[in-house]
Design a binder for this molecule. Sequence first.
Ligand SMILES: *Cc1c(COP(=O)(O)O)cnc(C)c1O
Length: 471
Amino acid sequence: MQGDSTGRLLRHAAEHAIRYRSELASRPQRPLHGYPDALAAFDGPLPETGEFSETVIDDLAVRAEPGLNATTGARFFGWVIGGSHEVGVAADWLTSAWGQNAGNHHAMPSAAAAETVAARWLLELLDLPRESSVGFVTGATVANFVCLAAARGEVLRRADWDVEANGLFGAPPISVLIGDDAHTTVFSALQFLGLGHDRLIRVATDGQGRILPDDFARRAAQVRGPAIAILQAGQINTGGFDPFTDLVPIARRIGAWIHVDGAFGCWARAAASLSHFAEGLDTCDSWATDGHKWLQTPYDSGYAIVRDSEAHRRAMTIAASYLPTAGEGERDPSHFVPELSRRARGFATWAIIRHLGREGIAAMVERHCRVARLIADQLRSENAIVVLNDVMFNQVLVRFGADETDERGDDLTRATIARIQRDGAVFAGGAKWRGREVMRISVISWLIDEAAGMASAEAIIAGWRAVQRGT
Ligand SMILES: *Cc1c(COP(=O)(O)O)cnc(C)c1O
């Protein structure tokens, strides 16, 4: 399949993508089909014979579209999901067309070079130590895993134990300090690393999910031997930041490796008016952040950033006689991630940073936080809508009912979320916060602006009024 038919096929796929994106604004901000219908659309016996390429792509689009969630719409506030910026999408198409395997720099020079430069740009944007190494991974889950693997290796190396060679059996125990409101994927990363998701020293947090320095100091004082402290920038529900300038000196006193989960919160450092939230973040040892949240790269894209690049490399290096080794000043992408063969994620990251520039990224992050405050103000002005968090960043936590303590609030909140999703003008999901049902609004898509924010607040209020009327 070369020549004319290739051109026709790829243009055809592009037409589907373009039409889908242009129709999104007038489509409900939710999937039209649930999982059972989506499954029925794709299901069928294993094909015995092949099918004409354009027919397959048409058929894929027809079957997939009703079950797609409108994550790239301007009124989508679910989870924390970036909007797949069109420049990233275009770069990602080329990435697939080029089919590069971003394993090593000799075989795929451009894939490796784009990562090298994008890595340097990321460190400048987030104002993190310039000597850090960056692994291009699937997301913050794996970034947390990679960073914590480097942490595990280094704190044990200092205790004369080579975990990369000898594993954990017989190793000195590692104490892991973690806040009570850390993201669930950090616990998963600890589980993957043999550190366990329960074998931890949990530290109390405040009403915004931020670690309390007194409790942190009290628990740190009990620690003997190798230690890792896990802090957070951007709590998934409240957007809260741990107080790094208070916590880092305490963690340093016990010689802990300090890791930060900053999946979206690290991006506060890209904007002058917000960087104070993340003050002191740069004095830590490793950082997990996402490309597919605030940077708007298409899925999947995350970054594992480690100050001690030797610890990073020791934890992840894959060596084999048939793989060339990196020389002085050269960087092999596979030395900083768990995979050997993988997608060349550096291209989309490079392209989006090049397109938006430092100023464009700062303006976007600031706009999102402004829109979050606007939505919160608008919702607060309505009778019996309560905003539960301090809206300083891009997250808004909402509860429906007379006040925070209203027992019927759980049912009313669930009913309002269902109503809003059914109406389809806005997408927001639910969660539990401090034992109560809440609606979460994450303002993070590049398409969201003040007008979309105001319209969304109106739609949420309309949904709430409909629930109150019982219509
Ligand atoms: C989204 C998120 C994660 C997980 O990131 P993925 O990109 O889904 O792997 C981890 N921590 C925080 C705080 C997050 O917001």
